[in-house]
Design a protein around this ligand. Structure first.
Ligand code: ZN
Length: 127
């Protein structure tokens, strides 16, 4: 049985980064790889390079910005895990780096926010 698609659903456009509904067509942003559209909030929050990186990452690995609770994110754990995986020889630096960014972004942490936290972490000295 073929139904006419519900117009509300078929017209629903979601942000490729945070999955917010995009209602105002004037705020559409298209990445150069044409993988999706970006809402105005994400467009203001991220640089163009960030947007490319983030869209590509979610396209490849799934998930979206802010998928998980930010409060469950621990930079200590992230760094320990990063080092452990590399030490164990399970992963290349590049792959580990990609996984790390995926984790950061799915927890709703913007790249510049993470880099700021990381620099504070480094200033305090690694354990
Ligand atoms: Zn968005």
């Amino acid at each position: 049985m073929i139904n006419t698609p519900d117009s509300k659903i078929s017209n629903q456009i979601k942000c490729s980064i945070c999955r917010a509904d995009i209602k105002d067509r004037h705020t559409l942003y298209q990445s150069s790889l044409k993988l999706g559209v970006i809402c105005k909030i994400c467009q203001e929050q991220f640089s163009e390079d960030d947007i490319e990186m983030i869209v590509n990452m979610f396209f490849a690995f799934g998930g979206y910005f802010g998928q998980f609770d930010k409060s469950e994110f621990s930079i200590d754990e992230l760094i320990v895990e990063f080092a452990e995986q590399l030490d164990a020889g399970n992963s290349t630096f590049h792959l580990q780096n990609v996984k790390m960014w995926h984790k950061i972004l799915t927890h709703g942490i913007a790249p510049k926010e993470f880099l700021k936290e990381l620099s504070m972490y480094v200033d305090q000295g690694f354990p």
